[in-house]
Design a binder for this molecule. Structure first.
Ligand SMILES: C[S@@+](CC[C@H](N)C(=O)[O-])C[C@H]1O[C@@H](n2cnc3c(N)ncnc32)[C@H](O)[C@@H]1O
Length: 295
């Protein structure tokens, strides 16, 4: 009960916050990690890439990270900048699986940065994985530093995303690649504020209007930032429905019930109850992987 009141207080404070960076940071501090990551083995916060038969968000979250790495063309020896890295799971996976030389992470949420830094120290990877607090719109790096810049389900928050594209262009080496996994509407006709279901409330509260473009608009903004060969591919059919099914099934999962308290389980069941509305609204959303090159 007390925890529910605290959460409500945090929601109200977040909604009343004008500064977009502070608002997004507060948004990520509402949810308790004890619930969000109950019965999970990773802290991926993306919606995942759901191959047939996959039922775990840990597996799907990592699959999406690997899709992005492949789209970006990661090579051993690459120096990678990961903007909006969450808790950093993908950075450790890219070091391990793609053998990139070094990953730098930038994130506005202190809780995320501290977690990733501690993990890097604990795993003896502090030299290869450097995480710091910072904003996507003012990257603390010299021009021409990185081989790849990536944003795994984070650029929709950047206010505005077009300014991040300009920053990514600046910090990339000539010949470098920007790749994003991102959330956009399927059509510019969908009003952002018309999306009403609880699980999609992040669209109202943490995506600015400036970022609400369809695929063609996304490619145009990449080109306007100086990138060549902007390619924006939909993976909508492998993302949203797998994520919805996973989240809706959690309240009846005994492992989740064993780790989350009863009011959280009940809250989660309520949140995901209106399957018809949630599916209808998810059908308005695209999910894309975008790739562009600095000439
Ligand atoms: C949906 S989470 C995705 C995290 C991670 N990439 C993953 O796949 O699990 C979005 C992340 O973007 C970060 N973020 C939001 N706005 C940002 C900004 N302006 N600059 C840097 N990071 C930002 C948030 O703090 C959060 O960690």
């Amino acid at each position: 009960m007390l925890e529910n009141l605290r959460t409500l207080g945090r929601v109200i404070r977040t909604l009343a916050t004008k500064d977009p960076v502070t608002r997004v940071r507060r948004f990520y501090e509402i949810q308790s990690p004890n619930v969000e990551f109950a019965a999970r083995t990773t802290r991926y916060m993306n919606v995942g890439y759901w191959e047939d038969g996959v039922t775990s968000l840990d597996v799907a979250g990592e699959a999406l990270a690997m899709k992005l790495a492949d789209a970006a063309g990661f090579k051993p020896d690459d120096t990678v900048l990961d903007v909006g890295f969450g808790y950093g799971d993908q950075d450790f996976a890219w070091l391990r699986e793609r053998r990139v030389a070094k990953v730098h992470g930038i994130n506005v949420t202190p809780r995320h940065v501290e977690h990733a830094q501690q993990r890097a120290r604990r795993e003896g990877l502090a030299e290869q994985a450097e995480f710091q607090l910072g904003n996507a719109l003012a990257l603390p790096f010299a021009d021409g530093t990185f081989d790849r810049v990536v944003a795994l389900e984070s650029a929709f928050h950047f206010y505005p995303r077009s300014a991040f594209f300009a920053e990514a262009f600046r910090v990339l080496k000539p010949g470098g690649t920007l790749a994003t996994a991102d959330i956009i509407p399927l059509s510019n006709d969908t009003a952002r504020m018309s999306i009403n279901s609880g699980p999609l409330s992040f669209i109202k509260f943490s995506i600015p209007d400036e970022n609400w473009h369809d695929r063609a608009g996304y490619a145009e903004q990449l080109t306007a930032a100086g990138f060549a060969n902007a390619d924006v591919q939909s993976i909508q059919d492998r993302t949203w429905e797998g994520w919805r099914r996973f989240q809706a099934s959690r309240p009846s999962d005994p492992a989740f019930q064993a780790e989350a308290d009863r009011s959280a389980v009940k809250g989660m069941a309520n949140h995901w109850r209106d399957e018809t509305l949630i599916k209808k609204e998810l059908a308005l959303l695209d999910y894309v992987i975008a790739v562009a090159h600095k000439p």
